[in-house]
Design a protein around this ligand. Structure first.
Ligand SMILES: NC(=O)c1ccc[n+]([C@@H]2O[C@H](COP(=O)([O-])OP(=O)(O)OC[C@H]3O[C@@H](n4cnc5c(N)ncnc54)[C@H](O)[C@@H]3O)[C@@H](O)[C@H]2O)c1
Ligand SMILES: O=P(O)(O)OC[C@H](O)CO
Length: 332
């Protein structure tokens, strides 16, 4: 029997890792990447050293810079580009993605509109079935075949089933949900909170402080998610608590490591200038805070990160402001 065909849109670390997962699930996989060097590395070198060094790719994973070619014949699509570029790429996909199941794997909130990724996709890909795939997943570990689990959220059963069959394997276990907004909000906000945890780590403020930040950060995610109509249980699942725990506790995280460097005194511009990889929390801090303001949701940790990364606020003063907020009830 001919293998199913899967398109992975985005040739960064996570797109490449998900291509490995989809291949292990028995699919023929074609990665679309904008960078010709990435395409050549995948097709000729069987790897992606620019974005995911030291990982070899199985045959059965190919790459192209041609969007139509990548999507032709694909039953399922994994959309894995940085969140601020999702609209532009989804618009390019649209003529070739009608009737296909598309899993959104980006974590962020669009800066120019304040929209969640599913809202952007609803505008740009009206004829596709949309899912959100999100959870605690460092690309490298996935690509190496280490075990993990994610939330797979879609309102339509055929979309859930298509994506489940595309990526579900014993070492990559999707847990299915119909709470799309709940599944995506955790991933978007945890990147901002991981920067806060990094700052605290970089300034040697201790493990107690980081545990407090993770817990109070979870309360921020919960308040925003519930206000957006998401379910609390989703926030307590893999895409919420799971991803927050991973990202806020490991310097493997680009967001946490960015915060660590900030905490040690380097500037946003200096750190970003040295990075090829995307640090989503930098780009979503402002849009998460704008969304919170609009919905009148209190998110003091995210606001503090935004003041530091977007408005160049003094770190010591910002930490002091957070610590000196009035005491309050833990819940409610
Ligand atoms: N890396 C991970 O462990 C991981 C895990 C889960 C989710 N994600 C999410 O996946 C998304 C992609 O992250 P990644 O880690 O694969 O990226 P990456 O940092 O490895 O690479 C950046 C990617 O962005 C692309 N890019 C840069 N500028 C672009 C533009 N103008 N238009 C289109 N593409 C552009 C690059 O070509 C490259 O493919 C992000 O939203 C990230 O939060 C990443
Ligand atoms: O390295 P980060 O901070 O972008 O995090 C990667 C994934 O989102 C972890 O689930």
């Amino acid at each position: 029997m001919k293998a199913n065909s899967v398109a992975v849109i985005g040739g960064g670390a996570f797109g490449t890792a998900l291509a490995c997962v989809a291949r292990k699930a028995g699919n023929d996989v074609c990665i679309w990447a904008r960078n010709q060097t990435v395409v050549a590395d995948i097709n000729e070198g069987r790897g992606n050293p620019l974005y995911l060094p030291d990982v070899s790719l199985e045959s059965g994973i190919t790459a192209t810079t041609d969007m139509a070619e990548a999507l032709e014949g694909a039953q399922a699509v994994l959309l894995v580009v940085p969140s601020q570029h999702l609209r532009e790429i989804a618009e390019r996909m649209a003529p070739h993605a009608s009737g296909k199941a598309v899993a959104l794997c980006s974590k962020g909130v669009e800066r120019s509109t304040g929209k969640l990724m599913s809202e952007v996709a609803a505008q740009c890909l009206p004829d596709s079935g949309i899912a959100v795939l999100s959870g605690p997943t460092f690309a490298r570990e996935l690509a190496l075949g280490l075990p993990g689990a994610v939330t797979l959220a879609a309102t339509e059963e055929w979309v859930q089933n298509t994506i489940l069959q595309t990526v579900g394997i014993p070492t990559f276990r999707p847990y299915v949900s119909n709470d799309v907004v709940g599944a995506e909000i955790g991933g978007a906000v945890k990147n901002v909170l991981a920067i806060a945890c990094g700052i605290v780590t970089g300034r040697n403020l201790g493990e107690n402080a980081r545990a407090a930040l993770v817990t109070r950060g979870l309360a921020e995610v919960m308040r925003l998610a519930v206000k957006l109509g998401a379910r609390a249980e989703t926030v307590m699942g893999l895409s919420g608590l799971g991803d927050l725990t991973l990202t806020c506790n490991s310097p493997q995280s680009r967001n946490m490591s960015f915060g660590i460097e900030l905490g040690r005194g380097r500037t946003v511009a200096e750190i970003l200038a040295e990075r090829r990889a995307v640090t989503e929390g930098v780009w979503s801090a402002e849009s998460v805070c704008d969304l919170a303001d609009k919905l009148k949701v209190d998110m003091p940790i995210c606001q503090a990160v935004n003041r530091i990364v977007s408005l160049d606020a003094d770190i010591e003063k910002t930490i002091s402001d957070v610590l000196n907020r009035p005491f309050r009830q833990e819940h409610g």
